[in-house]
Design a protein around this ligand. Structure first.
Ligand code: 2M8
Length: 432
């Protein structure tokens, strides 16, 4: 068997080991429940060899959908509590729209589910699955555009760093530091026992995470109230890029099932306009998140800036500046004598860059996957295939870790990480 095929076979074994029946946990011990965007990446991998199982992964994620349309970021496994925060902390029954029979968190994550669903549907001979899931997906997208963009600005907001998927990214620090906590919230973490504390968010990060979580809970998950009162309301470049792609996927599904698509096209048009006007900084040649409370761009140089390439939201001139001045710049993201592997999740020039800590600099499989798709879209196919090869080599050498140190290529966080496995399968199948 060719080495890449055997890597894909190992990846399949990891997904099988993490499978919990109808859904897959992100990792054996650190993440024992179902996570929203993890399951979507997992479904993308499964779709290559077990379409039925990929559909089940999507269906099981829809189990947790709230009546207002939100798909939560965690669906809990009631038989395996012991992850912090557990359902008692979220208390979702405070919301009249939360499910009564499924335990979930009270916030969401980037809607990769629709992108994964489209990949599945493209492989299906009939429109049956598309017809089955379309109403639930439409209701999720309507929730985003209605509840998280109450003024019709064209960009939705996240109300918790966990919603970005990049929990402790340098992008959130300035806002978090402005939040004065009257007292430290009481809680007991479990994550920093399973993985060395130096590779996880700090206690101070967690104090703020819990504060924001309690705030949403105390407002009974009323989205308008949260968006109006929370100190953390951010138009995130990453989530808006993914939502734009997901809207595009939803539009494709609408056409396939014979439903009208004008509403979706309207969202896409406003997002395109707002993205260019509001999130681009021409001086730096970068896309940045917008802090609604502070009414300003969050000028942190991180990998999120390249997400508009994945979404196709940058014009050619901006794409060129992003790639040539930043991605290929050895002082920022390209390899140099200090970092031999790519792509670090924060620029080496970022004051908070930390090559071993979670979303502050390590290489993540999904981030590289987004980047190489973005590069292909803008014609940088040579660079895209190089990143694909480097990414696969990293896993081949060190295993299916959660993240990797860009200086040494060493793997950190949890091992047997499901989305690393799923995206390896996708990368092996789809030669760049
Ligand atoms: C990480 O997030 C969770 C909280 O949701 C955690 O730190 O415990 C993030 O990397 C997130 O993107 C991911 O979905 C989750 C599970 O892999 O872990």
């Amino acid at each position: 068997m060719k080495p890449l095929q055997s890597l894909a076979e190992q990846a399949k074994r990891i997904l099988a080991a993490n499978a919990m029946g109808a859904w897959t946990k992100p990792a054996p011990r650190l993440y024992p429940h179902q996570w929203n965007w993890d399951s979507a990446f997992i479904a993308l991998g499964l779709a290559h060899y077990n379409l039925e199982r990929a559909k089940t992964e999507i269906r099981s994620l829809l189990r947790g959908q709230w009546r207002n349309g939100m798909i939560p970021h965690i669906i809990y496994n009631p038989d395996r509590l012991g992850y912090f925060p557990d359902p008692h902390v979220w208390q979702i029954s405070r919301s009249p729209t939360a499910p009564r029979d499924v335990l979930t968190s009270g916030i969401t994550q980037p809607p990769m589910i629709t992108i994964a669903a489209r990949e599945i549907v493209r492989r299906e001979p009939s429109a049956g699955f598309a017809r089955e899931i379309y109403p639930a997906l439409l209701s999720y997208h309507r929730w985003f555009h209605r509840e998280r963009d109450p003024h019709g600005d064209g960009l939705v907001s996240i109300i918790h760093p966990w919603e970005s998927g990049m929990d402790n990214s340098p992008r959130w620090l300035e806002i978090l530091q402005t939040i004065q906590l009257a007292a430290r919230p009481a809680y007991k973490r479990e994550d920093d026992v399973l993985v060395p504390a130096s590779e996880r968010p700090t206690d101070s990060d967690y104090d703020h995470f819990i504060f924001l979580m309690n705030l949403a809970r105390d407002l009974n998950y009323d989205q308008r109230e949260i968006v109006e009162h929370s100190p953390f309301v951010v138009q995130d470049v990453l989530l808006n890029s993914i939502l734009y792609c997901a809207d595009d996927s939803l539009r494709e599904l609408a056409v396939m099932v014979g439903e009208p698509s004008q509403e979706i096209e309207g969202w896409m048009q406003s997002t395109r306009r707002a993205f260019q006007k509001k999130l681009w900084d021409d001086g730096d040649g970068m896309y940045y998140d917008f802090d609604i409370r502070g009414a300003s761009l969050i000028k942190e140089n991180t990998i999120a800036a390249f997400m508009p390439l994945y979404a196709g939201l940058a014009d050619d001139a901006r794409a060129r500046r992003l790639v040539e001045n930043h991605l290929l710049n050895p002082a920022e993201y390209a390899p140099d004598s200090s970092t031999r592997f790519r792509v670090p999740t924060a620029s080496k020039t970022n004051a908070y860059f930390d090559p071993r800590n979670y979303w502050r600099g390590p290489i993540w499989m999904n981030a590289n996957w987004f980047i190489l798709h973005g590069l292909k879209r803008y014609g940088y196919s040579g660079l895209a295939s190089q990143i694909r090869e480097d990414t696969l080599a990293l896993v081949e050498r060190k295993g299916f870790h959660e993240y990797f140190d860009p200086r040494t290529g060493e793997g950190y966080g949890t091992d047997m990480f499901s989305w690393s496995a799923a995206l390896v399968i996708d990368l092996v199948q789809n030669a760049a």
